[in-house]
Design a protein around this ligand. Structure first.
Ligand code: GEK
Length: 240
């Protein structure tokens, strides 16, 4: 696995982009930056086993290199699922396509380069937004959730993982400090941490847990259950 040193040199901070340089080190970057990422990926397989309906579609929106899809496929390969992976980064999509074709050659799979705002969703038993919604402009998030709700089959679910903020200032500071401590423990220097934070500032806009739950309810979901938290990273299952 290629080591992520993208922010190790002092440089002029530009907005973070999912380009070739990021895609090349992405598995290392996300594993060291998102506490619990690997646990989430493996539990997505368990949840897919639970919710995937035979002959339906599973959408992985903002799929990056396809880790979520691979985990879900491995637990549901007997169910004749059509896997739809979407990302708007060409750098991610070309690597994702070749990885998934290699690791799941018998799967019914489409890997598409497009903005998830444009994706039409239907016959879905499961839709995954694993750390993707946070990169969309806040004012279009509800529309996307409504579209997902409409495209889900009865009994279908959305799995939504996000970095969050906390309305209580003290807790927000503590959770942020704990996350930074985990990045340091994973070998990132203070300079790397602060340069990456500056690069993400205008690109990753987090909501509170309450904002997510209210938005999911507005989109039509009858209930959303939090199943994961590690510091300021959470995951929800939203039920149609
Ligand atoms: C994983 N889910 O490994 N349309 C399509 N893709 C988008 C959009 C958009 N509007 N905005 C951002 N992306 C993955 C990890 S990473 C999370 C998801 C992170 C894509 C973007 O190109 C990137 O690949 C992904 O969403 C976010 O389970 O890097 O923190």
């Amino acid at each position: 696995m290629k080591h992520d040193t993208l922010f190790a040199q002092q440089h002029q901070v530009v907005d973070f982009a999912f380009d070739d340089a990021v895609a090349d080190v992405f598995p290392d970057m996300i594993r060291r930056s998102v506490p619990g990422y690997e646990a989430i990926i493996s539990q997505l397989g368990v949840l897919a086993r639970h919710y995937a309906q035979a002959g339906s579609r599973i959408y992985d929106l903002g799929c990056s290199l396809g880790a979520a899809t691979l985990s879900m496929y491995r637990q549901s390969s007997d169910l004749n699922i059509e896997h739809i992976c979407i990302d708007n980064s060409e750098s991610m999509v070309k690597r994702c396509r070749s990885r998934l074709q290699r690791h799941m050659p018998d799967a019914n799979l489409q890997v598409i380069c497009e903005n998830i705002e444009e994706t039409s969703i239907h016959n879905a038993s499961l839709v995954v937004l694993n750390f993707t919604l946070q990169f969309l402009a806040p004012e279009i998030r509800l529309e996307l959730l409504k579209k997902i709700y409409q495209g889900l089959l009865p009994g279908g679910v959305l799995i939504l993982s996000e970095k969050i903020i906390f309305s209580d200032k003290t807790e927000n500071q503590l959770q942020t400090d704990w996350h930074l401590a985990s990045k340091r423990a994973n070998g990132y220097s203070d300079m790397e941490i602060s340069q990456k934070r500056a690069a993400l500032e205008n690109v990753l806009i987090p909501d509170t847990l309450e904002e997510h739950q209210q938005r999911l309810a507005k989109a039509g979901f009858r209930q959303s259950c939090q199943w994961f938290q590690s510091f300021n990273f959470i995951s929800l299952v939203a039920l149609k």
